[in-house]
Design a protein around this ligand. Sequence first.
Ligand code: C5P
Length: 298
Amino acid sequence: MPADAVVWHAHAKVNLTLDVIARRADGYHELRSIMQPLALCDRIVVAPAPPGCLAVTSDSPLVPKGEANLVQRAAVLLQRRYAVKAGAAVQIEKRIPVAAGLAGGSADAAAALRALCRLWQLQPEDGALAELALQLGSDVPFCLLGRTALAEGRGERLTALPPAPALPVVVATPRLDWQGNKTAQVFGQLRLEAITERPDTQGMLRALAAADAEGIAACLGNVLEPAAVALNPVIARLKAAMAAAGAMGVSMTGAGPSVLALVSSETAAAVAAAARAITDLVHTTTLQPAPAAAEAGR
Ligand code: C5P
């Protein structure tokens, strides 16, 4: 790694609650979601490159290439906005499962925005990075903020919350052979009038403020779950198996298919083993207790 490279951690996100309020005229949905970074993270390494050279590479073959890669798009947006002539070589060290409901691509893009600003010595005006982030995707503004937050609007209206306690969690991701935009398909399946159970957002806010693990577990919920389960019944099997193995609370995250289980140090191994009987993509990690960006910069 060159001495002048910049390293940034890109933390996975989970939705502790995810409620959908309304369908919007622009095709998006109005959300109300408490979003939380995980300690689980990718590493983004950004190194100088000559003008005209923008190379984005990864150690994972699952990471999209070219314009489909949000890091590539983030770099181009920054270059255009600030008339940057310099190039960059960006390496994505992938640990977060891809297309999993964990905002891995969004986290990489947010980390790239920050790391490239440092590499290219840019000082964006207030709100400018958040605006670019939203152009990249609805979860990118949250990833840029990098701390527990209530997300509303498309996901860009963010209210910072007290950081969650560093609770142990198991995140399990079924391997799906998905074609097309998974998130759009799950939102497309959602019947707002058929929602019978909504997450207890207020209860979750109280539980977070009190650092009450059992309260946090009891208030987990995601209205996208029935739509995602209808497309992929394995999500329901995974949830049931992790709950039966002793998880305090389980919920799908984002548009899925990952399932988040809050566990104790006593139940973590049994919950991970139960998930491993269904999928090999199982991570034992923790909720990120402090603003993620603070420990990320190098
Ligand atoms: O913003 P992003 O590109 O991540 O969104 C992917 C898709 O998810 C959108 O095209 C839309 O179909 C759906 N979506 C939505 N409402 C949101 C966020 C995403 O309907 N608030």
